[in-house]
Ligand binder design. Structure first.
Ligand SMILES: Nc1ncnc2c1ncn2[C@@H]1O[C@H](COP(=O)(O)OP(=O)(O)O)[C@@H](O)[C@H]1O
Ligand SMILES: [Mg+2]
Length: 335
């Protein structure tokens, strides 16, 4: 086993709303990522993916609150750190975070090199502008971005170029963990591919030591990440290797997210056949028992009656469903 870069143990966080109705958006998440590995996080909108990202990088500003659990980056427990310490000691060097729609948040009137200076000066206040420029130019070159971009303003860049630039800026300090929230979702197919290639390059060249890639599209993660975790209503419902999750899902929700035509050699092809009927539950009052039961065509009264534990199979697959692995596979085969 490789060195563990990120370990999360039973993390629970919530939004405290003005009406004092708490939203339990991350409800007992545990995961582990080794050096050189990447984890995809998938699930429909509202399942808690972005909240998990915010929680991992210690972004606890109202209404988001930390409740319990551990976040350990390269052996150092950062849970419970003050936001100011997180900013000084964690962001950029330990964890880099690319928020959803980050490329649209770049100040349009500032040159790209100025953003890089800001990121570097937060940690290396004495580094000269010339050294920063040289570092940025080298990094951009290796990542396939033209050096001229450094002198441009965000408004002058296309969507795809802007997103790749944001990723290069955020990882300039070679963080141990990169968390990217829907980094390719708003882009056309060509730009999407370039963004994904860049994230893989960052890993291969060792500029980041591990990565979390968040998306609402599970099939996209095949070929992109080593492992995949599927979230539903703030909880993990299944976790496994990309191949297992895409081609041999166990949880009915994972199977539902895969509602596409699959060609093993090419990954995933074709249009979505059908969306899963219904919507995720309200997290202010999560249902008792299996949170997916209401939308699951295999659900029995037992599923609604008891808290469903994570089940680990003999070969290490983990899923949260009362159906046995054998029964699940039998059911899927007959569909
Ligand atoms: N600022 C907020 N205040 C209260 N509830 C929120 C806030 N942001 C998100 N939520 C709720 O938290 C849940 C998870 O949202 P989110 O993490 O954005 O999901 P995802 O990224 O998977 O779409 C949803 O029920 C959402 O309505
Ligand atoms: Mg989101």
């Amino acid at each position: 086993m490789g060195k563990v870069m990120l370990e999360v143990k039973d993390l629970k966080t919530k939004y405290v709303t003005r009406l004092r109705e708490d939203v339990y958006a991350v409800d007992g998440v545990s995961l582990k990522i080794e050096e050189g590995k990447s984890l995809g996080v998938a699930g429909e909108s509202g399942c808690g993916k972005s909240t998990l990202a915010l929680s991992l990088m210690g972004y606890y500003f109202p209404p988001l609150h930390y409740m319990s659990g551990d976040i350990i980056v390269d052996g150092k427990n950062i849970s419970g750190m003050k936001p100011d310490d997180v900013r000084k000691k964690v962001l950029g060097t330990e964890i880099a975070y690319i928020p959803q729609a980050a490329m649209n948040a770049l100040n349009p009137t500032q040159k790209i090199i100025r953003f890089i200076e800001d990121v570097i000066h937060a940690h290396e206040p004495n580094m000269s502008k010339k050294d920063i420029y040289d570092l940025a130019k080298e990094r951009f070159g290796i990542l396939g971005l033209p050096a001229e971009v450094l002198e441009k303003h965000a408004v002058e860049l296309s969507g795809g170029m802007k997103q790749r630039t944001v990723i290069a800026i955020s990882t300039i300090l070679s963080p141990k963990v990169l968390i990217a929230d829907e980094p390719s979702s708003a882009l056309d197919v060509t730009s999407q591919k370039m963004v994904i290639k860049m994230m893989r390059d960052l890993m291969e060249k060792g500029y980041i030591k591990s990565m979390i890639f968040i998306t609402h599209e599970l099939p996209l993660l095949y070929n992109v990440t080593d492992d995949i975790m599927v979230m539903y209503a703030g909880q993990i419902v299944e976790i496994g290797t990309a191949k297992e999750m895409v081609f041999d899902p166990l949880h009915p929700y994972t199977k539902g997210l895969m509602g596409s035509i699959i060609v093993p050699e090419e990954g995933v092809r074709g249009k979505k056949l059908a969306a899963i009927p219904g919507t995720p539950p309200n997290l202010k009052h999560p249902p008792k028992g299996c949170r997916f039961a209401e939308r699951c065509k295999y659900a029995t009264p037992t599923c609604r009656g008891m808290e469903i534990p994570n089940i680990e199979t003999a070969d290490g697959r983990v899923y949260r469903c009362l159906m046995s692995e054998r029964k699940i596979r039998g059911v899927y085969e007959n569909e």
